[in-house]
Ligand binder design. Structure first.
Ligand code: HEM
Length: 437
């Protein structure tokens, strides 16, 4: 192994010298932003677990190590999952205080055993047969949005389709009343930057204000849903669970799952679908294959989630002294586990940089996590992606990426999806006659 050391002799908390590669690791810009998995290719081979002085996190890059971390919550706690990765300023803290912002436990950052107890009670709306009932509505909304651009011959897939539709679906799933959908959808995007990004002074105050307002709004929504026993969705279900198990769910918990639920369900899916369209259109033969045979779409989705997933890294904290990949991690050590890197680990995926919709084990990607906290919304996310790909490939099979466009990403460690995907097509060639000008 050839590991060069950082010039100033920087050391990790366990006293080990930090390599130049580790000292230079910056997930908020450069190579990681362009392509996190490729940016860690050398690390996977030469220094698969390294300490990042910039983050004060250990960065974990290999499949087996990451899987083991996910599957051992008694050693690797999810408690820091929603902490701000960039410490926030006093001014931003004051702003949050003025909104009584009180982030408490919410399913994704809870330790066992209470996590499993609550998860079991909150599970029902996520079950496959319940999620399947949403399919006609999702298809209708996707087609309504497609109708708006189908005769234009160009679109920004994100701005015109993929940002809005998963937001609407998320809010329906959560049980947000129609009249609040418009307000609610403005709030979600604050949280990515706040939690996983690197906001600067001015951005911190702006984002803190947004988070404070979102928090207030989430509380108001829970009160509103409590007052109406006829509402349906995940939050009304949680309210019913609170009624049956008041010892397990307090109001703060409901407000937290209302707020984090929007982020969990919306941008993850927008980004995953944006990545999928970009990847498939860049691999034209795969796009043409799914257009010709839509039954290939579910397999293609798994390969897209592996090759270019939307949650590229997640976090855990060691609760005892332990080792990962032979590297000592002290109790309290924080870990950035990069699933995008695991998904390109050749010990699990042969020829990992090849995009292959027929790959036999693509579904073993770690984009949804694995183990007790594995994504509850995976069935819904997969359904949404399937409907998007089915409808767009049916109505716009001749669509292609606008040549020469550069893809940009919101700088952050964890949520990855292009801000725009510009596409074009000849509307005269639209295969559905009603779609032609
Ligand atoms: C492609 C889209 C999505 C991706 C990539 C994704 C990814 C993830 C990841 C990585 C976790 C954390 C796993 C862990 O800590 O072990 C998670 C948890 C979770 N996700 Fe998703 N997610 C997606 C869509 C959704 C949707 C649509 C919903 C809701 C409808 C949702 C709801 C949740 C919930 C409630 C949890 C917490 C589960 C727990 O801690 O027990 N997700 N997701």
């Amino acid at each position: 192994m050839t590991v060069d050391h950082a010039p100033e002799g920087v050391k990790s908390p366990t006293g080990c010298p930090v390599s130049g590669m580790a000292a230079g690791f910056d997930p908020f810009q450069g190579a990681y932003q362009v392509d996190p998995s490729s940016s860690l290719r050398d690390a996977r081979k030469e220094e698969p677990v390294f300490y990042s002085p910039l983050l004060d996190y250990w960065v974990v890059t290999r499949y087996e190590d990451i899987k083991q971390i996910f599957k051992t919550p008694s050693v690797f706690s999810p408690s820091i999952t929603l902490d701000q990765i960039t410490p926030i300023s006093d001014e931003a803290l004051q702003i949050l205080g003025s909104y009584q912002f009180a982030p408490g436990p919410t399913i994704v950052n809870e330790d066992e055993p209470i996590h499993t107890e609550r998860r079991r009670l909150l599970l029902q709306p996520f079950e496959a047969e319940n999620v399947a009932t949403l399919e006609p509505k999702i298809r209708e909304v996707v087609n309504t949005y497609l109708d708006r651009v189908i005769k234009d011959g160009r679109a920004d897939l994100i701005g015109d389709l993929l940002y809005e539709v998963p937001c609407i679906v998320a809010l329906i799933f959560l049980g947000v009343p129609d009249e609040d959908i418009e307000t609610c959808r403005h709030f979600g995007m604050q949280q990515t930057l706040f939690t996983w990004g690197h906001p600067t002074g001015d951005e911190q105050t702006r984002v803190a204000t947004g988070m404070g307002k979102f928090w207030e709004f989430a509380g108001g929504l829970v009160d509103k849903l409590k007052a109406d026993p006829n509402t349906k969705g995940w939050i009304p279900h949680a309210i019913e669970m609170q009624r049956q198990h008041p010892d397990l769910f307090d109001d703060n918990y409901l407000q937290n799952i209302m707020m984090s639920g929007v982020v969990a369900a919306h941008e993850t899916t927008t980004n995953a679908t944006g990545n999928a369209f970009r990847t498939l259109l860049e691999n034209r033969s795969s796009w043409e294959e799914i257009c010709a045979d839509p039954t290939l779409i579910p397999k293609a989705i798994e390969e897209c989630l592996r090759y270019s997933g939307s949650v590229v890294a997640w976090r855990r904290k060691a609760v005892v002294d332990t080792t990962v990949g032979g590297v000592d991690i002290p109790a309290g050590g924080r870990l950035l586990i990069v699933m995008a890197s695991a998904n390109r680990d050749d010990s699990m995926f042969p020829e990992p940089d090849d995009f292959d919709i027929h790959r036999g084990n693509a579904r073993r990607h770690l984009t949804f996590g694995i183990g007790s906290h594995t994504c509850l919304g995976a069935t819904l996310a997969r359904l949404e992606m399937k409907v998007f790909l089915e409808e767009v490939s049916r109505r716009l099979p001749h669509m292609s990426l606008v040549a020469g466009q550069e893809f940009s990403y919101l700088p952050n460690t964890s949520f990855r999806g292009p801000e725009h995907v510009l596409v074009e097509w000849d509307p005269q060639q639209n295969p559905v006659p009603a779609d032609r000008p």
